[in-house]
Design a binder for this molecule. Sequence first.
Ligand code: RBF
Length: 157
Amino acid sequence: MIFEGTPTGEGLHVAIVVARWNALITRALLDGATDALRRHGVADADVDVAWVPGSFEIPLAARWLAGTGRYDAVVCLGAVIRGATPHFDHIAAAAMQGVAAAARETGVPITAGILTTDTADQALERAGIKGGNKGAEAAVAAIEMATLGRRIAEGRR
Ligand code: RBF
């Protein structure tokens, strides 16, 4: 049997965790994520958003949300910029490893649209200012994982 998720979000409940640090960028990621969820069929009323101070705090909020059992997936959004962050590598690694741990602990798909860039310009580019939006990509990945999880649990393609 080959299992594959689909980008169809009808009926899914999704939580988004977004960091306030570098808010100009993370708001653009949030716009991209909510827009993508909407375009893929997730109802606005089924999307909740939790703001955290910075990317370092993302994993705990994601763990709290996933642990409620109310969400089919959690999307994490942040921007860690090397130029502005002396301990860039620690914050970026803690955020990504923490998100992965929260997903493993809860069994809820948690996707990461957490940008790690050298400059704010590069982060803006990846937040949809010129082209692709990593927030939108993380949102679609969340839908895909939620639908994949259902199919695996039900043993159907
Ligand atoms: N949080 C981010 O999400 N992105 C950053 O680029 C970022 N840079 C930081 C730089 C410094 C010097 C400090 C102290 C914090 C930074 N944070 C950043 C915030 C961090 O994720 C966390 O919210 C705070 O350290 C409080 O725990």
